[in-house]
Design a protein around this ligand. Structure first.
Ligand code: GRF
Length: 220
């Protein structure tokens, strides 16, 4: 018997290519989650069109229009609860959520970040990686805590930094791995295969044996 699929909300601000990867994964037989709701803090973004094409409920919540962050987060909370959401995925959501919101969703709120955390939290990660001269770069999926890109890491995928790279070419290479990593990490969380203790995530040995816990699930 299939376990009950988790109801996932994806929060976006733009292009939504990671949203698309999650939508595609959720369409696979046996995937333990459905994308039940997409919320954007900007109107007219490509991610909303992707959600529409997939027949997923969508909402635009704009902090400015709602009267600020507190009102925005209250509206967000309400939308998520009304939709019976179990888990939130941030996917290119360009807003920092307040400590109260984060605490309410602790352990049920995950994010993808385009660097190998704890290196390069924040913005412009690809340019910063190039400037630092790192030889490996990549992406991380992590539980969200009250800091910026500082929560416990669930999974990571690495790519080489090539001498010919500029920020765009490096971003493209990382993005391919983001699209592989995020669905796999979501799957682990939905199946209850990750345990969060003392800010560290461990992956159940059964999932690890299947290779789901590899640091680089995209390795070929
Ligand atoms: C991704 O690189 C994600 O890691 C970062 O913002 C970008 C969003 O891209 N947080 P998309 O909207 O998923 O295409």
């Amino acid at each position: 018997m299939n376990p009950v699929r988790k109801r996932v909300a994806v929060l976006i601000s733009g292009r939504g290519s990671n949203l698309q990867a999650l939508i595609d994964a959720a369409g696979e037989t046996g995937f333990p989650a459905e994308i039940a709701l997409v919320i954007s803090d900007r109107p007219d973004v490509q991610g909303l069109q992707r959600a529409e094409r997939a027949g997923i409920a969508r909402q635009v919540l704009m902090p400015k229009e709602l009267g600020g962050r507190a009102a925005f987060e209250a509206a967000l909370d309400e939308a998520l609860r009304k939709a019976g959401i179990d888990l939130i995925c941030l996917a290119g959501f360009m807003r920092i959520l307040g400590a109260g919101f984060v605490a309410r969703w602790q352990g049920r709120l995950i994010n993808i970040h385009p660097s190998l955390l704890p290196a390069f939290p924040g913005l412009d990660t690809h340019q910063r990686a190039l400037e630092a001269g790192v030889k490996l770069h990549g992406c991380s999926v992590h539980f969200v805590d009250a800091g910026v890109d500082s929560g416990p890491i669930i999974g990571q995928a690495a790519v080489p930094v090539l001498p010919s790279d500029d920020a765009d070419s490096l971003a493209d290479r990382v993005l391919v791995e983001e699209h592989r990593l995020y669905p796999r990490c979501l799957e682990l969380v939905c199946l209850g295969d990750v345990q969060l203790r003392d800010r560290k995530v461990t992956v159940a040995s059964s999932a690890a044996a299947k290779g789901a816990a590899l640091a680089n699930p995209g390795a070929r």
